[in-house]
Write a protein that binds this ligand. Sequence first.
Ligand SMILES: [Zn+2]
Length: 619
Amino acid sequence: MSLLSILRRSVWRLALFFCIGLFVSSIFIGQAETQNQNKQNKKDCIEIPKGGDAIERNRRIAVLVQADSLIQKGDFAEAAKLQQTVKKPFPSGMGALIAPTRDSESLDGGANVYWRDGQDGLKQGLESKSLINLGKLSENYPEFIPGHIKFAEASLRWNQPEKAIATLDRAYGLYPDRLDILEPLLPLLTSKKLFVEASVASRQFGLNYPEHPDSAKYKKLADEYLNQFLNDFRTDALVTGVISIFNGSRERKVLELILKGESDFGKESAEEIKQSASLVTEPKLVDYINTIGQKLAKSAGRDDFNYEFNIVQDKALNAFALPGGKIFINTGTIADVESEAELAGILSHEIAHAVFSHSYLKITTETKTNLLKGISFFKTFLDITKPELSFGRSLEQQADVLGTRILAAAGYSADGLYRVFDRWSGYDKNRSTGWLDTHPASSERVRYLQAIIANRNYNRYSLEKIEALAAARGELLCAVDKTELDPKPPSIKKPEENKLIPGDVPLKALLTKEDVTISINGAKVISSGNYVLNLEITNNSKDDFAFVPAFAKVANAEGKRVSTAFTSKADKLLLVTPNETVKANFAIYQQPWRPNASQDLILEIKEVTKGTRVFRIPF
Ligand SMILES: [Zn+2]
């Protein structure tokens, strides 16, 4: 007997769980009309979202069609100008990272004290002196790489390997191109038998930096760690015990499936889904999705998979990756995207989950953990597939980073994935479906996707391939919507030059530390050299939060303080009580306002309440 009975329900949950991270109900798409007369064994037609912004959407799509034709003629510059008229600029400085450094001379006075005292503590063998100072350095000055390394060293010395791992892991998340963080991190992970984490971290470097001379070395290491983990899993007494004792049990069958390895696991799970789901068989659309997917997968850096791209007839906005490169995308998602670049962005994200072995590793580690805890294994298998226990922020971020690289490498506009998330993050606000409750990271996700594109100089004004998408899905569209997709180029205004207009400007940057968020929410430009930031301090912690406005400062890229004035009601101390939000203005003088760009400045606010948090917010 096949695993059908065991897996049918669980695989479906699994499918939801390995999805792009957004489980938006079909509420967004509305009720699809049933067209039973359909020849191609499909139950629903694909509906294009309706709504007040349909005109705006059509205008945008028409402009992108024109830009595509310019790119095909080789005129990238004009195409970029055209796209800039319909793509909103990234808020200045949003998500910008402070450039990493190993130079302690570049640190400010506070950081120097932490660095000196922390090292003295290490030399003198003083645990708290060393841990407290280096901990603060690592937390508040993440750009100083030796701070993390020394803090990890001190944590290990005083028997806190988890802290050492967490420190380097966080630093590697911020600066994934730094081998000087990855190298000390790997032996720490393997010493705690965290082979899965070591495998993912190594593969992250190998895949994200294919041009680096050590790329192949880290990909090979990733494979070795993965094998190490699976060997451990196979020889684990509990696993073999369950297999030998529970003859014929559901537990045994699931374990056996896991032990077959990643590709077989993916293949069998995918077969289950194909049998129970309604798959689209319309050859034109199937070919189209498969061609895009295979092209993207070629540059994903893992060729031991048999990649497959399937279309599920389902209006929900979803896509998911099973182990071994088995990707599924819903018709609802295909209907929602505005261009092939967006579609490719979603597929790239799913391919990235697959190449990092996220789903397979998650299943095996959770299974083992729960076996060790003695929790009924099959129940656990179902439990781990609940959406709220999804990949979590760091694995989603890994998939977004690699996904965006794959997308850009294939020649599409690098903001394809970003635009999908940006649009979807608006859906929840306007239609309040409650998805934000289970996916609170979405606005943050939009921010770091912007940062990935900006920091790596990916081209966000490249091919969109609007017409290819329209042709492929055209026949499947609900009749009523077909006309809405016909691109009718409107008259296009010449893009305006970036000229300064006094008044309110969008500017967004924020930082949260232990439930206190300081954000810059817009600014008012007074003249070319003077502007006022709108600050908002939200305290969601249980304690008061306060700082001295006179000590708040803004420094430029060289670390020089610029002229400022704080204007709030509280001159001496600005107090934000628990669950309170306080607004204030902070004027910046003699700094040129740069429209549509980062101001290249850093706002620094130091806490004076119980804690000693330092908020350094680039904008
Ligand atoms: Zn995802």
